[in-house]
Design a protein around this ligand. Structure first.
Ligand code: PA5
Length: 527
């Protein structure tokens, strides 16, 4: 709100066309001088990572997403070769699909079903939404990103009668993720029910030799594209994970890669004041005390960037939200991220941002170009819808500043393949730099693995419970008794939840007799 402070702290890069305004963060005058030593450490750690150091010490692997857009920087020729070969294969496959050289039984593919989750879905979904154009897209894209049967049926209903012209990408770096495996099996069943051979439609993006890769080889799928252990799930958008679906949709993936490479060049520069990623990482540190004390609200004033906060939520929270630091001390680090888009959110939670608990800072994203069309309707004399969008953005920003609510603003010229590649690369680097500032490993996800294991234990218990019920058909059990009968007396609560689920789904064969005290209800198996 102060022109002198704005002029001092306004960063603009001509080549990128990107601006960053940090003037509304109330850091003291000596902040950058004080922070410089730790920023230099972060630059040094990043340089080592980019040179191929084992930057993920737990999993003992390199972290190489920056090489995806600059293969010449990969630590050896073999890796560089794999990146360029895969990119060439993506482009070649895409051209053949678009030309109809690779086609379905009824001609050219028109639809693309992408099956993946987490890092294997959020980036593709962001790009699909940000850069798609229903009138021009070469393939219309749909996603399975969960193991929710109803969600799957919803997507399949949208593809009804069109499966013959649907190409399917199954994306999983590990090739063993249950949600993705289930989505794949559900999609295969739908293709078979429509009299189609899945192998003639399916393509895998996965690590060589993974379970998914083995299925693709055994069944002779249309194609397989490699994922590497040195690319993390949440930083895989610019690998085959994100590039293949984007290219098939008709998006200019080379422009995305070029945008990311240009951003990398700027953000590799170890001078804080000239490096937008360093400035952002330091602002995160300032805003949150380097311990997640405040949440980050991401508010793009652009519908196309609606999914950016969701994408960033995974990138930041899965990378920064860690129990231990690199020295093994319990730190419970994190940085909560949420948001949707403005001005829509002004009619939702922005009320609390202005007047409620002051536990956040906002990252506004401003996009200068309103629309592709040359002209814009005047909704009032001399005023367009885009003028209103800007008015709401600037007004909300001021309204927050007036109440001592802090914000950053990133300004982009437009939403295009190049600027989206830039934005992805910018935040990948901010996250990496910030991880060094707070001394944590950004590149593993033990919490995600813990959830996967716990789910596996529930599935095993379900099988034990059903086996026990089936062993004595017609006999009614309470959850507690059945858990004990199944050899899991300490799992009565989970047994109750499983039995309630089974009884709600007729196909299970499990019937419930409700009792006045819900947890005393009984369940039996009727064959
Ligand atoms: O960022 C990550 O590593 C995770 O969110 C993964 O992307 C997610 O668990 C999906 O894993 P995969 O691609 O192996 O199926």
């Amino acid at each position: 709100m102060n022109w002198t402070r704005f002029k001092t702290h306004f960063f603009h890069h001509d080549g990128l066309g990107l601006s960053l305004d940090i003037s509304r963060m109330p850091f003291p005058d000596d902040f950058f001088t004080t922070a410089e030593p730790m920023m230099q450490e972060a630059f040094a750690a990043m340089a080592k990572l980019e040179a191929g150091a084992i930057a993920n010490p737990d999993e003992k692997r390199m972290v190489g997403h920056y090489w995806l857009r600059a293969p010449q920087l990969a630590p050896n020729a073999a890796l560089a070769g794999e990146i360029t070969t895969t990119l060439a294969a993506i482009k070649d496959f895409t051209t053949k699909v678009h030309q109809g050289v690779i086609a379905g039984p009824k001609g050219k593919f028109k639809n693309l079903l992408v099956i993946g989750i987490g890092g294997s879905a959020l980036g593709p979904q962001l790009v699909n939404h940000a850069l798609g154009n229903p009138r021009k897209d070469k393939l219309a894209v749909a996603f399975f990103d969960n193991t929710d049967p109803d969600g799957i049926d919803y997507v399949l209903a949208g593809l009804r009668g069109q499966l013959a012209k649907t190409l399917v990408l199954v994306i999983s770096k590990s090739g063993g993720t249950a949600e993705t495996r289930n989505g794949m099996l559900e999609a295969m069943a739908a293709f078979k029910a429509a009299g189609l051979e899945p192998a003639k439609h399916f393509v895998a993006v996965t690590g060589v030799g993974s379970k998914l890769d083995q299925v693709a080889v055994q069944e002779g799928w249309l194609a397989r594209f490699a994922m590497w252990d040195w690319v993390g799930g949440r930083t895989s958008e610019l690998s085959a994970v994100g590039l293949l679906p984007a290219a098939l949709q008709g998006i200019d993936i080379q422009a995305m890669l070029d945008g990311a490479a240009a951003m990398d060049e700027v953000t590799r520069y170890p001078v804080t004041a000239k490096n937008p990623a360093a400035l952002l990482a330091l602002m995160w540190h300032f805003a949150t005390d380097g311990r997640g004390a405040k949440d980050m609200v991401v508010l793009p004033y652009k519908d196309r960037l609606l999914l950016f906060s969701r994408y960033l939520q995974q990138l930041v929270m899965e990378s920064i939200g860690k129990e231990f630091d690199l020295n093994g001390h319990v730190v419970n680090q994190g940085l909560a991220v949420y948001g949707n888009k403005g001005s829509t959110d002004q009619h939702a939670y922005v009320q609390q941002l202005r007047e409620g608990v002051n536990n956040f800072f906002v990252t506004f994203i401003e996009v200068l170009k309103d629309r592709d069309a040359r002209t814009s309707l005047e909704v009032e004399p001399g005023i367009t819808s885009g003028d209103y969008l800007q008015g709401f953005f600037l007004g909300t920003r001021d309204a927050l500043s007036e109440k001592n609510r802090h914000s950053l603003t990133i300004t982009l010229p437009d939403v295009s393949p190049r600027t989206l590649g830039m934005l992805i690369a910018l935040y990948e680097r901010v996250t990496g730099l910030y991880a060094t500032l707070v001394n944590i490993n950004a590149y593993h996800q033990p919490g995600v693995e813990a959830g996967k294991k716990a789910a596996g234990a529930v599935i095993t218990l379900k099988q034990q419970l059903v086996a026990a019920l089936k062993a004595s058909p017609g006999v009614a059990y309470t959850a507690e008794k059945l858990a004990a009968t199944a050899g899991a007396p300490d799992k009565a609560e989970i047994a109750f939840k499983i039995l309630e689920h089974l009884a709600a789904n007729k196909s299970s064969g499990v019937r419930k007799r409700a009792k006045s005290v819900a947890v005393d209800s009984t369940y039996r198996y009727n064959d």
